[in-house]
Design a protein around this ligand. Structure first.
Ligand code: SN0
Length: 314
């Protein structure tokens, strides 16, 4: 694996889930692999779980880690080609990426979408520029359109908790107070489609996820109908793809104890951070069906499995 920007970079998605679950049992078994290797982590946006879990993952593999908060600590990076750089951006990605590639063996990047310019966001310019100019493997820590490390941790979690071979997995939209990326639901959908699940997406009309990742995934606009018999419910807000970046309405889509009652005693998942009593009710988050903390715990081993693969390809 040369880069990890989406599940499409993984030749054997189910194999990687198994590998991550094995690493969870023996986290320190590949400490030699990362010895004298450095992971550079670049944050263009905020992060809690990704920031901490990916560092733990790299250290479990024996690596050194450098963390750079690009928006605060570094020069502002220009990404357009052919521009006269007489504004506030001091350095071009052509030099910045190439230089960081001199210092690090793997570069991990987090960069959110603008949610204003659909074409630009979905072109994933920054990730592609880094893969082109850095000369080292690039690891996505959530790009404009995808969050593949989260998707892998989600598949691990389902694998650990499923009671039947082919569980019913429902991705349900939830309300929010501000427009959020489509990255998490895009990746959850993309990964779920690689697994043998009965997979259903439910959301208000107009909130369809882009076809390029969901393909022909089953959409059920009636949330109650979708939730019936669910073994797993993944709750997540996303802003509109169609009316790009619009918030979307539907306060009654908040995931409550009553909605949980429609399911087959489903495990409830969310990538976090979650806004209580906007996205999911307290009683669900604090109840026995929530696995959000275990899901976040799996982020260490999803990152570890991916970094291991990237190191093996060096
Ligand atoms: C991000 C998202 O893609 O939905 C990161 C999730 C891992 N979430 C947010 O930005 C939440 C921000 C908020 O104010 O609730």
């Amino acid at each position: 694996m040369n880069h990890f920007l989406s599940v499409e970079d993984v030749p054997d998605p189910e194999g990687l889930v198994d590998e991550a679950l094995k690493l969870k049992k023996k986290p320190f078994s590949f400490q030699k692999l990362g010895r004298n290797k450095t992971l550079g982590m670049l944050f263009f946006n905020a992060s809690l779980r990704t920031r901490m879990s990916t560092q733990v993952a790299a250290r479990n593999l024996g690596m050194e880690v450098i963390v750079m908060n690009v928006s605060q600590d570094s020069w502002q990076i220009e990404t357009e080609d052919g521009v006269v750089m007489n504004g506030d951006k001091a350095e071009h990605v052509r030099e910045a990426a190439a230089v960081m590639g001199q210092y690090c063996d793997v570069l991990a990047i987090r960069s959110f979408p603008t949610l204003k310019d659909k074409k630009k966001d979905y072109a994933e310019e920054l990730m592609h520029q880094f893969s082109r100019f850095a000369g080292v493997p690039i690891l996505s820590m959530e790009s404009a359109t995808l969050h593949p490390l989260q998707g892998l941790a989600d598949m691990m979690t389902i694998s650990e908790y499923k009671k039947v071979e082919k569980p019913k997995v429902v991705l349900t939209w939830a309300p929010h107070v501000k427009p959020l990326p489509q990255a998490v639901p895009n990746s959850f959908t993309q990964w779920s489609r690689k697994m043998d699940y009965d997979f259903v997406i439910t959301h208000p009309e107009g909130m369809e996820l882009p076809k390029r990742f969901r393909q022909d995934a089953h959409i059920e606009y009636d949330q109650d109908k979708a939730l019936a018999g669910a073994d797993f419910v993944y709750v997540k807000n996303w802003s509109s793809y169609k009316n790009y970046g619009m918030l979307g309405l539907g306060k009654d889509w908040m995931f409550s104890q009553k909605k949980l009652g429609l399911t087959n005693d489903a495990k409830v998942m969310h990538c976090l951070p979650v806004r209580r009593n906007v996205v999911i009710a307290d009683e669900v988050l604090d109840g026995p069906n929530s696995v959000v903390i275990q899901q976040a715990g799996n982020r260490v081993f999803s990152a570890q499995a991916v970094i291991k693969r990237l190191l093996e390809s060096l």
